[in-house]
Design a protein around this ligand. Sequence first.
Ligand SMILES: C[S@@+](CC[C@H](N)C(=O)[O-])C[C@H]1O[C@@H](n2cnc3c(N)ncnc32)[C@H](O)[C@@H]1O
Length: 775
Amino acid sequence: MEKLKSLVPENLKQMVGSTTADDLPSSSSFLLRLFQQSQLFFQIIGDLAMDPENALCGKKKDAALELKRQGNQCFLNGDYTNALVYYSKALQVAPMNAVDMDKNLVATLYVNRASVLHKMDLQLECLRDCNRALQISSTYAKAWYRRGKANVSMDIFDDAIRDFKISKHVEVSFNGKKLIDDELKVVQHQHSRSNTANEHSKNKLDDFDDPIQVKLHVTTSIKGRGMVSPTEIPPSSLVHVEEPYAVVILKHCRETHCHYCLNELPVDKVPCPSCSIPLYCSQHCQIQAGGRMLQNVPDVQDIFKNLSDDLRKYVQEITLCSFSELRTEDVPEHKHECDGVHWPAILPSEIVLAGRIVAKFIAQRGVFTDASNIVDMLNLSHHFPEMHADSKLECIIYSIMLLSCLQQFFPSKIAINGNTTSQIAILISQIRTNSISIVRMKSFDAPGSPDKDESLSSVVPFTCNMEQVRVGQAIYTTGSLFNHSCKPNIHAYFNSRTLFIRATVFMAVGCPLELSYGPQVGQLDCKDRLQLLKDEYSFNCQCSGCSTVHISDLVINAFCCINPNCRGVVLDRSIFSCENTKTKDFLTVNDQMILEPFMQTDSFLHAGPSHCLKCGSYCDIKSSRLTVDKAGIHFTRLQQEINLNRVSETTVSDALGALISLKSTLHEYNRRIAEAEDNLSQAFSLLGKLELAAEHCKASIRILEKLYGENHIAIGNELSKLSSILISVGDHNAVDCIKRLSKIFRCYYGSNVNTMFPFLNILEEETHKFVSTHL
Ligand SMILES: C[S@@+](CC[C@H](N)C(=O)[O-])C[C@H]1O[C@@H](n2cnc3c(N)ncnc32)[C@H](O)[C@@H]1O
């Protein structure tokens, strides 16, 4: 990008910088003409899109053979973990039509990986790899044999017998036939039970099928279009479900998550048949994303003709993969990026997403030319005119690059000119304003998690921590109409690629439904939220959380008053000036009563920064900051030890001292005290001092309740930690704690809660056990 930008003369840069949506086509034309005369530009596009043979993302037989050799070596040494890694890597780069020792290389690699999976006792995964090998080469005796072994391990004897019979039939060597026959006899003696194992991960929505409870209306306000409720909406109602218009996986998840459904990859991941980048959890997802797999099934009629009808049908079922549930209207979103070209791996995710939207547009409308109007088709808002001059330039350059790359795949369907380039530039700015991050909840258990044999109450508490991981970026055309609020009243979550939105509070008729685009009250102070929304989404937030004074923004980063009897807040200059601009006129009597211990409603008028907003006393913020920084060193050390699961008594005792310093300097509801209490709770859990762990956890929750409100999901997360500690110490308060956290989670996730958070089931079961033994 920097090289291309350096080709642009200063006067053209200035013209692009001041361009509006109206004169964008002419600015784009100038840039396009400039690049079309540049050798460097053609060289860059050549590297990105035109040389699949030598491309980084292309298939490479030699590399695959070397990885296979290393896999075989590990297998022979009994190092199955590494054998699995090598075979999987080999599958990623092996060309579909490569042959190794008279066998299709990909089929051989699947059978080799199946043998590893069998050794690792992953029988379902082993069976799936055998099926994949057989879909490429149905006469592969070893694949049928390995399939039989997997079925025996799963006690599916009917299928195992069939597998061995077919294996024996297609095996050419006498010794091989004899070996299979011996195996067959053993299985025939065992009791038979029929079963079938299918491909998994079909994006099941079975547990996600509660009906939408409200039909929303679109209205306009200072925030542009937005969703409102035409009726009253009770908390937890499902208000919106939507499939994405286009999705792209984020780069950091390429090796760990399925590039189609975005679920975590299983060990028997499936690579793209035509390039070495995407990985899928199943053939189903691979076909959805890339279209049908090239199959290499030889004419099998002859070799199987002497088999019984039952066995012939069985061969067909396994070797011809049929995914009847595929919807024909789905456009394979990866197909145009395939064949080993570089650009999808190199260009930023949002540009690849724009490419997917153009490809879908072409699939639906036939061509993308000046007459097309992709911008109106999506009908999404954007902030192109307000973008920084340099971002505008980058946006247009990326548009030219993307169109040039796409044109290699759609030679006769794309016109590259000022008009189409400007459409893509606007499309990119629409993506910046409207794309939604798809997140997955990742829960990880701290030490002491219950294992198979131990019940929760018999071990050190398991504290279930949850983290949201961003896995994808997507455009949901209706979902984009929900505006942002730092105090949201709806909650968005995902099952695979599907967006779900639920009300989290009661909403009156006509109430705007607003979700958080990221920052929330309780998490950041108002000035930081405003800055973040400006930087990332280019708008000045006008939500109620940012326009009125409320307790969270006052206390979250506040210092305490030097007067020990006063609970007033002391703010630094930047927070003071942000809060001072908010209107105090809208404060209800209730709000005023809540704020009353911490400030006088008119105190902004006569008290300044560094002064208590309640009693006016002066506080030396500079020296308070030094105290806080010093205390922070002890908590950093404690956190490092917690991460290593090894906490020393000395570090904990230093941190307890540091907590006292924090409390004497910061306001009682400052977020840093909550974090310090939470750290200490984790540390005491690790030391097995559970009563102390519970006390510090409760102290942290008391502060978070002030920052977020009592029924926020952040409180639910903390309650899950507290309840497991309480169960472990036999404290009967655990029962109420679990009831409360269940209520919060159910409000945010409705009936999907048990599927999404299995730990809640464990906690609820433990409560029942607890009640029957302790109460
Ligand atoms: C995803 S769109 C939401 C729908 C948009 N209002 C429309 O008319 O299409 C995001 C844009 O809506 C506007 N917006 C959303 N929430 C806002 C808020 N709290 N304050 C001001 N503008 C907001 C901003 O222009 C933002 O870039």
